[in-house]
Design a protein around this ligand. Structure first.
Ligand code: UN1
Length: 505
């Protein structure tokens, strides 16, 4: 069946205007803002030069010097206003996310809600940037830890969460007393410019925001490299491919700057014999097909116990066969387009390499929009976990395999190079605990009876191995955005040295 797609360009321009973010489009060159819904170009945007990047970072550094002195709860008040502005703009920003990334409405609204949630979290945090008091070995001494603002934080974000990942970083960094310079994916410049406009509204309401505190630099790899290499950037939080993260990590290490890497995932779920199969089916369907398989937490590998395989997998296949693929603006559609032709080609390459029973994967015809790429989600049954299943393909492909013992399933799951997210569906508490134990899942996220995607902001988000080791968002992730000072204070009249050392002059 062919899809009839209406142009999105005028809707895009109208929503940009509502957001107060109509960019000065240029005629030629620059970064192309397009919509995957139709493949149309919405406009071209000036790409930052290396001197633009330096100027932005230097201004952010000057802003940091003032911002770090404002009491943290005052900084929290600014983030509270940002959260309020995001609430006001939620519907419009979500519409723009749908237009620029192709997310269905509910997921786009969820992404903006994730921004609001992290703002709320950061506001509370602004009164909780606690350090420890530590027992000392010396009389009349006190030891403590102080947490201080770090500096200018570079944020490199990916197309698939074009605004939420910025918010995870920016909301925390701002309450921690840092300034931020953001390089969004070159595939999503418009949502970034819209967020910048929202940020400016919050800054006007707050009043005392130093100029340059939060900036956006639009561009490709060169702009990212200039950001990573700039000596005034203290931490780079980068979300994207492992290949990109490896380069970013090495460049930062060369100048002893901090990395916070949130790279790919090749996430798995285990369906155990005792699983509530109806619940597991919904969990698997959302995690594997939601966002057209383009989340770093998307489910890509499924291990189903041999005793229930022949019940569970046919039900899953039926869901794959009937899931509505189409224009994400349309009510009822659950799967929108892939981001671009590159994503579609990678998907087809993986499908042609996988030998096994494949359902789905075919392109949905879009005669009125030849540059739009819609594909039916693919489910591939494999006899063994082959190389293609161990590679992250950023597309709606699910590899399904049988297992016989939990040990075997955990080993298969942990065989991937990435270590982001994982889950088990079981009603057996021994299995659930074994999965979360030290010799269980080796991922940063290990869930029970929910899929691997769709995390809340309250927990630390990130993963091990080739996922890069970074943690963003909730829990104590804020510590990455601050520097720790250990303070030892002597309030006595003697000077006892630690470890009993004598040095009498
Ligand atoms: C990402 O895909 O980079 O857990 C982030 C989730 C979302 C965030 C995904 N809250 O799926």
């Amino acid at each position: 069946m062919a899809l009839e797609l209406k142009s999105v360009r005028s809707d895009a321009l109208a929503v940009l205007e509502k957001l107060g973010a109509t960019p000065p489009f240029i005629e030629d060159g620059g970064v192309v803002a397009r919509s995957p819904i139709t493949g149309e170009t919405i406009g071209r945007i000036h790409e930052a030069s290396s001197s633009d990047v330096s100027a932005a970072i230097e201004a952010a550094h000057r802003a940091f010097l003032d911002w770090r002195l404002l009491p943290a709860p005052r900084r929290g008040e600014f983030v509270r206003l940002l959260g309020e502005e995001l609430r006001n703009a939620k519907a419009e920003l979500a519409e723009l996310v749908t237009i620029e990334v192709g997310k269905i409405k509910s997921e786009a609204l969820g992404e903006v809600q994730e921004m609001i949630d992290i703002c709320d979290f950061a506001v509370g945090l602004s009164r909780q940037l606690y350090g420890l008091t530590i027992a000392t070995e010396r009389p009349s001494h006190r030891m403590m830890e102080s947490w201080h603002p770090l500096g200018v934080i570079g944020i490199i974000s990916a197309f698939n969460f074009p605004v939420a990942v910025w918010a995870w970083n920016a909301a925390l960094a701002l309450v921690c007393g840092d300034s931020v310079v953001w390089k969004p994916s070159e595939k999503t410049p418009l949502t970034a410019l819209a967020v910048d406009a929202i940020m400016k509204r919050a800054a006007r309401r707050f009043g005392a925001v130093p100029a340059g505190l939060s900036q956006v630099i639009i561009g490709g790899r060169g702009v990212g490299e200039a950001l990573v290499d700039h000596p005034q950037i203290q931490l780079v939080s980068a979300t994207g491919s492992t290949e990109m993260g490896r380069k970013v990590g090495q460049r930062l290490a060369a100048r002893f700057a901090r990395p916070l890497l949130e790279l790919g995932g090749n996430n798995a779920a285990i369906i155990a014999p005792s699983a509530d199969q109806g619940l597991a089916l919904r969990g698997v369907a959302f995690a594997a097909m939601g966002t057209a398989g383009q989340r770093c937490t998307s489910l890509r590998r499924l291990f189903v116990h041999e005793s229930i395989y022949d019940q569970f997998v046919p039900r899953l296949k039926a869901a794959y066969g009937s899931v509505p693929v189409g224009d994400p603006r349309q009510e009822g559609v659950l799967i929108g387009p892939l981001i671009d032709d590159g994503a579609y080609k990678n998907m087809q390459k993986a499908l042609s390499e996988a030998r096994g029973g494949v359902i789905g994967g075919e392109r949905v015809a879009t005669p009125s929009a030849p540059d739009a790429y819609y594909a039916r989600p693919a489910l591939i049954e494999l006899d063994a976990q082959t190389d293609v299943a161990l590679r992250e393909t950023f597309a709606p492909i699910l590899y399904v395999m049988r297992y016989s013992t939990l040990e075997e399933a955990i080993d298969l799951q942990n065989a991937a190079k990435h270590g982001l997210s994982s889950s088990i569906f079981t009603l057996d508490m021994r299995e659930a605990e074994r999965f979360m134990a030290a010799n269980g899942s080796d991922c940063g996220i290990a869930n029970v009876n929910i899929g691997p995607s769709g995390a809340e902001i309250g927990g630390a988000f990130g993963g091990e191995k080739e996922t890069g080791g970074g943690r963003e968002s909730g829990s104590d992730s804020w510590k990455a955005y601050m520097r720790r000072a250990t303070n030892t204070v002597n309030f006595g009249t003697d000077l006892p040295l630690a470890q009993g050392v004598k040095f009498d002059v």
